[in-house]
Ligand binder design. Sequence first.
Ligand code: PEP
Ligand code: MN
Length: 338
Amino acid sequence: MIVQMRTGTNPEEIDGVVQRAKSLGLNVQLNVGTDKTVVALLGSNTGQLATDIFAVLPGVESVTRIMKPYKLTSREFKAEDSIVTIDGIEIGGRRIVVMAGPCAVESEEQLMEAAKAVKESGASVLRGGAFKPRTSPFSFRGLEKAGLELLARARQRFGIPVVTEVVDPHDVSLVSRYANILQVGARNMQNFPLLTSIGSSNSPVILKRGFSCTITEWLTAADYLLAEGNSQIILCERGIRTFEDSARFSLDICSIPVVKKFSHLPVIVDPSHAAGHYSLVPAIARAAVAAGADGLLIEVHPNPKEALVDGLQSLTPSDFARLMKELKSIAESMGRYI
Ligand code: PEP
Ligand code: MN
């Protein structure tokens, strides 16, 4: 951390910064210029200290962080890639793992049809929301426990692991009994009680990026899960909100190599919520694989026209089958496979 003192600061103010740093166990390097004094604070935990601790002291002009605020998620903490294993499927290795299914579990018939279709096309995980966090309370909010039971039935019938969203910290153990992977949705990325509860379970988890959150905030949220002892974390880029409004969100394709650079965690991409329209999904999915994503989370509905949620962005089973073929050749050209 670098503390820049105001021009004309006095020795007592500089000493105030030095003493505060020492009280926190930090080492101090003073750089006294003719006009300005800069105090460098050194220590292994400076990334976790609030800059306000120093910014509030008399004579301080600005405080700049050098260390990242996240720790356990960082490559400095763990250099090699983390691999999350679900039912023998490795996420974060050479294989690109495709998770697909409807936005919401709507009925037994809908889910079974979707499960059969995505499995036949080569998806490794079935998705489907039982608890749906909706922007409006008057929209369909999911079948809840009945939806979880249908997911478990599909898992058994088609031999495919399932991922579903959990929105309430009190539901973590319930959802863990039915799902192989818990999903934290974009709207809950900084729901710290939820993260803490999932962190102390040992369920694998997909942590979606909040649509107004920076990559640093996203990786720091992942620290909440790791800090509680859960190391089976998969990050998911799903688009952020920008000034551009021709798609539902703007997929931040850069975040894939950036996350790979700064973190050891696997990262997947959800092209469906980014696009908001089925016609845009295949191109974004292909781009994500080419950019180095470890997997995809794609909405597929047996009959999008009848979907209760997100029909416009859902692929039909035949569109999904075509996309899977395209993705296979992109994966191969990247030295990977699906
Ligand atoms: C979802 O996956 O159905 C979902 C609600 O996604 P997000 O949290 O990314 O909006
Ligand atoms: Mn959806």
